[in-house]
Design a protein around this ligand. Structure first.
Ligand SMILES: NC(=O)C1=CN([C@@H]2O[C@H](COP(=O)(O)OP(=O)(O)OC[C@H]3O[C@@H](n4cnc5c(N)ncnc54)[C@H](OP(=O)(O)O)[C@@H]3O)[C@@H](O)[C@H]2O)C=CC1
Ligand SMILES: CC(C)(CO)C(=O)C(=O)O
Length: 300
């Protein structure tokens, strides 16, 4: 099966590297000509958890290659960049399977209005950090959860062929629950790492941020008792520890003066709580601080 990964950032390059270990028909679609040229000429590099580096020969292009219908398209751009991507996907063959890997909740309703008959969503619980246009760091082992919204599992089952024990994939039932659970996890890590400009591991090493995580846990437990019953405090701690060296995707945006995904992650969780009459003053404060920081880039 051909695989096209759209978006050669942290997640796109990391996923493409793992897929290239058992499939030699992976294409990385980039936004910039320069990046495609570097990837084609020099290949893709993955810096592994054990300090080694693996290199991969990879096809890269700024255009979609002519896509046969047995191609899987993996969309690894940020939520904010999806608007442009939807237009392209809209014009593709409706039988082509699509897998969306964004954090947050907003893309779920949007993506399912596309004409494609096979659509799945992924929840990445690993860390990925782009070093440059051809180099990505694997910053923490974690599962890639996949939930199919439209069509059958079969086209997405190719992930199970991965021979690499560090790239684990698990199929789950409901995209909505899976994405909400991931958004809850991101509420603990992404805003705090962005405000404090620290890597994920610091949140559990520093006594002050550790207390903040505990208090936030209590607050979210009251607002979402059913959903939070599936997430233990240990799960949050483990995610911070497993991805300890990672720069969260939101902090990456802040450091590069890009808009963050605060609305689709934290904003969406706050809205859901408000709908049920719940209030989340701590999370709302973190949300406002990220918004303030996001808007401050040009003025500083
Ligand atoms: N990083 C992480 O550890 C994790 C990230 N995630 C989620 O994964 C998603 C992707 O995040 P991440 O990889 O960190 O983001 P990055 O910003 O690193 O990567 C996004 C990439 O998409 C490219 N892009 C933007 N628009 C287009 C387009 N129209 N066509 C082709 N490429 C395009 C960008 O190109 P350019 O560089 O030219 O702007 C960039 O390389 C996010 O929703 C994030 O929340 C989830 C779990 C972990
Ligand atoms: C898994 C985690 C927390 C890794 O940093 C992430 O989802 C992100 O950075 O957005």
């Amino acid at each position: 099966m051909e695989i096209v990964v759209l978006g050669a950032g942290s997640v796109g390059m990391l996923i493409a590297s793992f897929l290239s270990e058992f499939n030699d028909r992976v294409t990385l679609v980039t936004r910039r000509e320069e990046q495609a040229r570097i990837l084609n000429q020099k290949g893709l590099l993955r810096k592994n958890l054990d300090g080694t580096t693996t290199s991969f020969k990879i096809n890269s292009s700024t255009d979609f290659p002519s896509i046969p219908s047995n191609t899987l398209i993996i969309i690894a751009v940020k939520y904010i960049q999806l608007t442009q991507v939807y237009e392209t996907l809209h014009n593709l063959d409706p039988s082509i399977p699509l897998l969306f890997l964004q954090n947050g909740l907003a893309h779920l309703e949007e993506a399912i209005t596309l004409p494609q008959q096979k659509i799945a969503f992924g929840s990445c619980q690993f860390g990925a950090e782009r070093e440059n246009d051809r180099t990505v760091h694997h910053r923490g082992q974690g599962v890639l959860k996949i939930a199919v919204e439209k069509g059958e599992v079969q086209p997405f089952a190719l992930f199970l062929e991965s021979p690499n024990p560090l790239f684990k994939v698990e199929f789950v039932e409901s995209p909505e629950s899976m994405l909400f659970e991931k958004a809850l996890l991101n509420c603990f890590i992404n805003p705090l790492t962005s405000i404090l400009e620290v890597t994920n591991g610091v949140l559990v090493e520093n006594p002050g941020t550790y207390r903040l995580l505990k208090n936030l846990y209590k607050e979210l437990m009251v607002a979402f008792p059913k959903e939070m019953a599936r997430i233990s405090f240990d799960d949050i701690e483990n995610l911070c520890r497993r991805t300890a060296a990672n720069t969260s995707s939101m902090l990456g945006d802040i450091l590069n003066f890009r808009p963050t995904e605060i609305e689709t992650i934290v904003g969406a969780v706050l809205k859901k709580a408000a709908k049920n009459g719940g209030r989340l003053p701590m999370l709302e404060t973190l949300y406002l601080l990220v918004l303030a920081k996001e808007g401050s880039g040009e003025k500083m």
